[in-house]
Design a protein around this ligand. Structure first.
Ligand SMILES: N[C@@H](CCC(=O)N[C@@H](CS)C(=O)NCC(=O)O)C(=O)O
Length: 206
């Protein structure tokens, strides 16, 4: 059975859990990261030199990097579904995985860490204010990306949505001021209709 190392409140682990649930693949999850440790052991470093979560192992094959794991699982188990068969359609959705890593992660993460994982006395309000502005700008970009398409790859959920959808929940769950973005809001509501998203992603932030 496929093994997944990672704590459930990690945004990168959530992507993998969501993908596994959409696919319907059985798996065993081992708590790792933060309070669970594991990631700094020699055994874990040998399969994930980053000492981060998630990591998967399937029949002796190990893989780290959440977006790569999601692409692997979707290509192996959902070709023509979560992973578009047509090369251009696949590139069309996959680019959003690069976009979210490069544009959203660096600015939303400081807001999340300050407001959710730091005690009020240790927060940096300037970092929160600046990065909230920058985060909101990225969501405006996403709003334009959703013009004339319900999902990032077109008419149905594909790999790009899994990488981006986890951040969309975080954006709505953070105690910040947000512009009203109708297409992002409709996209979030569409994702919330999926049981796999509700089960693994749209949870209270911790
Ligand atoms: N680029 C990596 C980033 C992995 C990462 O930074 N994971 C975080 C959790 S979201 C982590 O392992 N933090 C340290 C820990 O949990 O101990 C990926 O997408 O898998």
């Amino acid at each position: 059975m496929l093994k997944l190392w990672g704590r459930t409140n990690s945004i990168n682990v959530m992507k993998v859990l969501w993908a596994l649930e959409e696919i319907g693949l059985p798996y065993e999850r081992i708590d790792a990261g933060m309070q669970f440790g594991v990631v700094n052991t020699d055994e874990y470093r040998a399969i994930n030199p980053n000492s981060r979560v998630p990591t998967i192992e399937e029949d002796g094959f190990t893989l780290f990097e959440s977006n790569t794991i999601v692409r692997y699982l979707c290509a192996k188990y959902s070709m023509g579904g979560l992973c578009p068969e047509d090369l251009r359609s696949r590139a069309d959705t996959e680019r959003w995985m690069d976009w979210v890593t490069a544009q959203v992660h660096p600015v939303m993460t400081p807001v999340f860490w300050n407001l959710i994982r730091t005690t009020p006395d240790k927060r940096n309000p300037i970092a929160v204010a600046e990065n909230t502005l920058a985060t909101n700008r990225t969501m405006e970009i996403l709003d334009w990306g959703l013009v004339r398409r319900p999902y990032l790859g077109g008419g149905s959920l594909t790999v790009g949505d899994i990488a981006v959808g986890v951040w969309v929940h975080r954006w709505y769950a953070l105690p910040i001021e947000r512009p009203d973005l109708p297409r992002v809001r409709a996209y979030y509501e569409r994702l919330l209709e999926r049981s796999a998203y509700r089960l693994h992603v749209s949870l209270p932030l911790s």
